[in-house]
Design a protein around this ligand. Structure first.
Ligand SMILES: [Fe+2]
Ligand SMILES: [Fe+2]
Length: 188
C-alpha cells in the first residue's frame, strides 16, 4: 500500500516540476508583452494548450482523488480540503481564458495588451499559490499518512491520458514546445 502512495506522490511532484518550467517560460513571454516587445505567440499558445489539457484532466483529477482519500482517514481536514476542487476549477477557468485571449490574437482580433497581461498575471499567481500550498503543506501530509491511505486503485474519473509533452512520447502538436523546453534546460 505504501508503495502506491509513494508512487502517486512522486508522479504529482514530477508534474509540479514540469509545470514550474512552463510557468517560468510563460512568465518570460508575459514580461516581453509588458515591455512592449513581441512575445512568441506560438509558444504562448502551446504552453496554454498543454496547461489546459493534461494538468486539468490528469494531475488535478488525481489530486482530487488523493485529497478525498485523505479526508476519509482524517475527517478534521475535510473543511480545508474542500477548497481544492474549487481551486482546480478556478485554475482551469483562468487557463482557458488566457488560452482564448492568445487564440483571439492569433486570429487577428485586436486585444488590449493590458487585458492579456492581467489575465496572465491572474493565472500565474493562482497556479503558483496553489502549487506552493500543495508542495509545502499537502504533499508532506500525504507522505505522513502513507501507512493509512489506500491508493492502490486509481478510480476511472482520473484521466489516463499519458503526458503529451513530458510523457513517454511527445505528441506531434507539442513538438516545438518540447524543443523549446529542451533549449531552456540547455541554457541553464
Ligand atoms: Fe492541485
Ligand atoms: Fe498540483
Amino acid at each position: 500500500m505504501t508503495r502506491h502512495v509513494a508512487q502517486v506522490l512522486d508522479e504529482l511532484k514530477a508534474d509540479h516540476r514540469n509545470l514550474a518550467v512552463l510557468l517560468g517560460m510563460l512568465d518570460r513571454e508575459v514580461a516581453r508583452l509588458k515591455s512592449r516587445e513581441d512575445p512568441d505567440y506560438e509558444l504562448l499558445h502551446d504552453i496554454m494548450q498543454y496547461m489546459t489539457g493534461y494538468p486539468d484532466a490528469v494531475h488535478h483529477k488525481k489530486e482530487d482523488w488523493v485529497y478525498a482519500c485523505m479526508a476519509a482517514v482524517r475527517p478534521a481536514m475535510k473543511r480545508d480540503l474542500a477548497r481544492i476542487e474549487h481551486d482546480h476549477a478556478e485554475i482551469s477557468n483562468l487557463g482557458n481564458k488566457l488560452l482564448s485571449d492568445i487564440q483571439a490574437i492569433e486570429s487577428g482580433t485586436v486585444m488590449r495588451r493590458f487585458d492579456v497581461i492581467e489575465d496572465a498575471r491572474r493565472y500565474l499567481t493562482r497556479q503558483r499559490d496553489h502549487m506552493n500550498w500543495e508542495d509545502e503543506k499537502l504533499f508532506p501530509l500525504i507522505d505522513s499518512l502513507k501507512s493509512e491511505l489506500d491508493l492502490s486503485e486509481v478510480p476511472s474519473r482520473v484521466g489516463t491520458m499519458p503526458d503529451p509533452v513530458f510523457g513517454p512520447s511527445v505528441e506531434n502538436a507539442f513538438r516545438s514546445l518540447f524543443e523549446a523546453i529542451r533549449n531552456e534546460s540547455r541554457a541553464d
